[in-house]
Design a binder for this molecule. Sequence first.
Ligand SMILES: [Zn+2]
Length: 223
Amino acid sequence: MRIILMGPPGSGKGTQASRVEERYGFPVISTGNLIRREVQEGSELGKKARNSMNAGRLVNDQVVLEILKKRIFSTDCKKGYVLDGFPRNMNQAKKLEEIHPGHKEVVLGLHVSDETVVQLLGARRICPKDGSVYNLYTSSPLKDRKCDICGEELVQRKDDKPQVVRERLKVYHEKIETLINYYKNKGIYYKINGEKDIKDVSKDIFSVLDKELSKIKKFEMTS
Ligand SMILES: [Zn+2]
């Protein structure tokens, strides 16, 4: 089973992805991490990816797909895997289907209002020295605005400033709407309310996945 997890930045997508991995043993695949690793290893694909990145462009779909394919065909992905941050456009979605035609797909869309995202990301602070991440609401530093580890004054990333976040969200919505409609029409899209507590969001996700997995089992038993 291929699980596609979608959600705006700050929606807690990463957290939910690892909870799915914990419960079902399906590894989380983040294309961002995969690309970084290829670049570090200096593989052919990594070199191609780095060229685009150096030129300030997005890594092209073909290269991302090749990198992804390598990972998906590993043995630990046989029963299922979770895609975090992929696909991001229709071309990628179609290409993904070609990798495993007929593969069971479940798309989980975390819905969080723009205002919530602006608030959450707006409360994020990082330590410029060691990169520790804090959130003034959910995981605030012990001492006012200072890093727990090294005492450095915490800063806000430019990307997390409200205006920039709103701009990022606009771009996100424009791209993702088409994708959501595509998956809705295929009947595999599940809208998840991401405004709830982390635990309750997980519960909703698990109940969708449990149901879908039991369908696969029934099919295996009768065929
Ligand atoms: Zn620090």
